[in-house]
Design a protein around this ligand. Sequence first.
Ligand code: NAX
Length: 328
Amino acid sequence: SPTPVNVTVTGAAGQIGYALLFRIASGQLLGPDVPVRLRLLEIPQGVKAAEGTAMELDDCAFPLLAGIDIFDNPREGFDGANIGLLVGARPRTKGMERADLLEANGGIFKPQGEAINAGAADDIRVLVVGNPANTNALIAASHAPDVPSSRFSAMTRLDHNRALTQVAKRAGVSVDEVRRLTIWGNHSATQYPDIFHAKVAGSPTTSLTADEPWLVDEFIPVVATRGAAIIEARGASSAASAANAAIDHVHDWVNGTREGDWTSAGIVSDGSYGVPEGLVSSFPVVSHGGDWEIVQGLEIGEFSRARIDASVAELVEERDAVRALGLV
Ligand code: NAX
């Protein structure tokens, strides 16, 4: 039987971790024929809860689950990792300034980047979910100089999926009939969900883009502030939908995006669409054979340009702040 793929999940004892691990172990991350070995990385206080989750994973008797190991040390956690899902992060607490938040996360993503550099497998692919995801990915990538920066990505797939559903509902079609949406920029309230190149049931979205009040006052803010709306309704932040998006992201990265469509991911910019080189920004992407490629040649109108620029400006500020802290 094939060699198991080592999947390291950080923040394994958190709420996204709980929603994610069972899906990985059941084969939804990499496919129904690919055995996986889970490496759970937690802080010492999280280890006991991770052990409980591991007991439950055992109790599922998943045929594809080749083993579970639990660590509180990044070097061990990432040793031999083929896939890294970096979910654990330091949340913003009351009264915390942005610089404090970036610094606290630097304390997590710098050592994790170093650990990936030191011991991950040659084909390591990293998805950063923990916020601020784009800048955390930038920090991790810059501490892994021996790993191609194209192997680091940040999650905007949840935003992408949220946008798909909003468009489908508005157009009265199934989500499966909505294609070629793009999330641009930062995974934050400045993100720009772009439907100007989208297709609904094979046709352009002209009637939707012409409806500026809907676009500006409903669609964009609903997608961009959906996380806050979930917290308000559920009393806790998105967990199962975030885990689902992480599964979608890695699945498409490894197995390829579908023909005639693209998705969104935060990847290291090559300067495309005027996004400064080196920033981790969300783009329209396809994957063929295991590498994200930016979809080129889309015409960006004034409406979109202003919004992309605003979100990218926020990414520049975050990068400058972590640079000032010596984290990149
Ligand atoms: P939880 O607070 O439930 O879990 C986080 C877990 O990470 C905890 O068990 C904690 O012990 C662990 N952890 C902290 N530091 C660690 C370290 N250095 N190494 C290993 N583990 C560590 O948070 P949860 O709801 O699971 O969310 C996790 C992260 O995802 C948060 O940063 C959150 O903001 C982010 N999200 C990102 C989304 C995205 O679309 N990119 C959407 C969902 C979510 O908000």
